[in-house]
Each structure stands twice: as C-alpha cells, then as structure tokens.
Design a binder for this molecule. Sequence first.
Ligand code: MRU
Length: 345
Amino acid sequence: MVKELRTIWWSKNNVFIIDQRLLPYRVKYLKIRDHKQMAKAIKDMAIRGAPAIGVAAAMGLALAVVNAKTENKEVLMEKLERAAEIIRSTRPTAVNLFWAIDRILSIARTASSGRELREKVLSEALRMAEEDIEINKKIGENGSRLINDGDKILTHCNAGALATVGYGTALGVIRSAYNQGKKISVYASETRPRLQGARLTAWELVKEGIPVKLITDNMASFLMQRREITKVIVGADRIIAKTGHVINKIGTLTHAISAKYYNIPFIVAAPFSSIDFKHTIDEVVIEERDVREVLYINNVRIAPRGVEAINPAFDITPPDLISYIVTERGIYKPEDLGRVAEETQ
Ligand code: MRU
C-alpha cells in the first residue's frame, strides 16, 4: 500500500508544500513562513491545481494572523484583509482561490477578540484542508459508478492528489475505480506548455502502480477514433453554475470536441467549491502566462528568435460537450447544475 500523498500541511506555525516545479525529478518540500511567500508559491506554481491553491490561500491567511505581533482585533483584521488582497492577485481563473479567501474573511469577521480571530482563522484553514481530502474521496466514490471494467480513460493536466490536498478529483475517480478492482488503464496527455500531465499525473499513477501511458496532446483524437480511449475525465478550475460551462487547463476543449465527435463520455470531476454561483462565463478572466513557457522547454528555446507566441492557461468547454459533472454531492448533467446548486447551497 503506497503512503497517501499530501501536498500541503501546517506544522509549528509554518506551512509545508511539495514544490511541484521540481517533479518528477526531485521531491522537495518548501517551507512557507508568511503570506507573501505563499502568494509567490501560488503565482510561480510551486503549488497549483484549483483545490490546492484554495487551501494554500487559506493557510497563507492563517500565517498572516498567527505570526502578527499584535492582539488587537481591528489591526489583525486589517492585516488579514491586506494579505487577502495580495493572495487574490496571484492567479485569476480558479474560483477556489477566491472561495477560500472569502470563507476565511467571513469567519474572521465573527471573532470578538484578536485571540479568537487568530484561533478561528487557523482552525478554519486546517478544517478546509481535512475537508478537501474527504470531499475528494466522496467525488471518487460517486464518479467510480461511471467507470466500467476495461475502461481506457484519458485525463488531461493534473487533477490528482497534487492538485488538491490529497487523493485528487479526476484522479480520485480513477483511484476509487482501480481500488474497487476494476481493470482500467489511463492515458495522460502531456499538457503543453507546463507538462502537468507528463510530470505530475504520470508520476502519481506510476508511483501507485495504476497502468498509465503518456501521450502528446495531439494524439488523443486518433486514439478515440481507434476506440483506444473509452472515457475522458478531467478536473475543473471553475464551473459556471448558471450555464454549466467548465473552465479547465488549456487543451481540455480539444479533448471534449473529439470525444463528442466519437461519442465518448466526457466527465468533469470537481468539488462544489469549484462552482461559481456569481459570475457568467463572459466575466471570467482566463489567465495569460509568460510566453517563454511556450517558446522554451526546460530552458531550451524551441522556436526561432523573432517569432511571437501566446499562452492562455485555460479554455472553456461548453455544456453540450459535457456528459456528466461529478461532485461530492452526486452526479449531474451540466444543464441541471444551476438549479441543483441553488437548491443545495
Ligand atoms: O495551471 P494549473 O496546473 O493550476 O491548472 C490545473 C488544472 O487545470 C486542473 O485540471 C484543475 O485545477 C483541476 S485540479 C483538481
């Protein structure tokens, strides 16, 4: 039995994270001492994946108040709000980041003293971390009902333990089905430009002995045509409740279009904290990252000097391409999500 992977934890008023930029070559833990270091770790993608950056944001806020040298409630609240602004500005697309910050700020506002504020913020951040693992196991259990013996499953990017506190969402479904004894195998698409599929998903699955083959992103539709892929499962950075649009790693849309063409179920697995109840799809900011991520691989330039590049980090899959959205509360059709989400919120 492989020891369960944990991405982030709190210890003696510091936070430790696995530095995902170094995987699969090195497993190194980063010690995060304050909210500014946490903001940098999120922005530079030492920690990444929507649920993981939500918990990282919450723990970053906890660091801001736990280490503050004052007992004054108003001063602590000001420090917390300033730290929240810094962490908010790190990455714009995954809604979990904003959900986590709002949850921490609203619990802090209920405190009646500085000491209580500190305690409440810290215990909420720790609770969110533990909840995340429980939620993912529930998503795994629910989603495994959609997986059949013999399925060959394509996944994109990394929606695994590394993208969460532990267990994963899309990979959580795969883990659950595998642990139930279903004979399944996985295709991991490499996920250019940052290669989360090659570096992280392949690493997690190999470590656990779950059969996995790495493919480049452009191989998927050919494999679907040959019926070598029978299901697609991905995570989400944001799901728009009103319309069922799913925002996820760039390349997800291409897989969804191919899956629709070849009549292959396309499944999204995500916690309720990835559902955006407030915004429409037109209001979402798609992160644009440094074009050097496209022009270079491992610091080696792969394109001629003078060529321009673009680097949108996420794309938008419309609801008519999505077969199911699996959450900790159950399995939904994208068109039903708005109503169900409003009812169960
Ligand atoms: O840019 P990243 O690596 O943070 O993007 C991650 C993804 O797109 C994941 O698929 C998504 O966050 C879901 S993780 C459970």
